[in-house]
Design a protein around this ligand. Structure first.
Ligand code: PEP
Length: 252
């Protein structure tokens, strides 16, 4: 049985009081206990959010939006894995398209970050997906396989299963333009085929693959009903308690 996961990437939004209010409102609501729910706030809120969820028994976690691959040292403005773990983070995004494009994060750097996560025992959520021009040129499958090969397929069979994958077509992120459930399913199925080719069917069937890109309270149910979609990485819609709760409860 694959884990069902809904992760909220808050990006660079909210102040501390707003962050706590959002978390408290979500904790108060009725949310499906079997779904893994991950808050991914800006760095300063990781610790207070981890404190806020401490007493809930119902699969709530906190994650980080980024980490550095090095253990420690003179990297001003960066955050290490040890620092993240010490404030309660158990997940971290690696390879978000905004990091790839605005901060020029290379495939090699992402590979190193993945290795750091695996060695340090924090779960990476590896984000990848094609740009609009690549989809229009019908190159999306090629790009997706390449992004898997470059940054995660060096892992052993024992380690690859420690990852969560998030397919995020760049043209759908923050644009209000969602991949249709059929488009998303087609890619998720392809990702599972790549996993099976590289590893084996058992591994391919055990890794959770999330969809991200304008997933919201209206379209989550249809997306999550697809056989290879195991949940969502949610940006904009994770900033409102009511919407996030609806998304969490969108699995049939
Ligand atoms: C994201 O940032 O990963 C994302 C999917 O954003 P949005 O839901 O706003 O498109």
């Amino acid at each position: 049985m694959r884990k069902k996961i809904v992760a909220g990437n808050w990006k660079m939004n909210k102040t501390l009081p707003e962050a706590i209010e959002l978390v408290e409102n979500i904790l108060k609501a009725n949310t499906s206990a079997e779904v893994y729910k991950i808050f991914i706030p800006p760095f300063p809120f990781i610790y207070p959010v981890s404190k806020a969820i401490e007493k809930t028994a119902s699969h709530f976690f906190v994650g980080a939006q980024n980490l550095h691959d090095k253990e420690s040292g003179a990297f001003t403005g960066e955050t290490s894995l040890a620092a993240l773990k010490s404030v309660g983070a158990t997940y971290v995004l690696v390879g978000h398209s905004e990091r790839r494009s605005y901060f020029n994060e290379s495939a090699e750097f992402l590979k190193n970050k993945i290795n750091t996560c695996i060695a340090g025992n924090i779960t990476p959520i590896y984000c990848f997906g094609e740009m609009l021009a690549e989809r229009e040129a019908n190159k999306h499958f090629e790009i997706i396989e390449q992004q898997l090969n470059e940054s995660v397929f060096h892992l052993s069979a024992e380690d690859i299963v420690k990852l969560v994958l998030a397919y995020e077509p760049v043209w759908a992120i923050g644009t209000g333009k969602t991949a249709s459930p059929q488009q998303a399913q087609e890619v998720h199925q392809f990702i599972r085929t790549c996993l099976e080719k590289k590893y084996n069917k058992q591994i391919a069937d055990s890794i959770s693959i999330l969809y991200g890109g304008s997933c919201n309270a209206q379209n989550a149910k249809e997306l999550f009903s697809m056989p290879d979609i195991d949940g969502g990485l949610i940006g904009g819609a994770s900033l409102k308690a009511e919407d996030f709760v609806t998304i969490i409860n969108s699995f049939s």
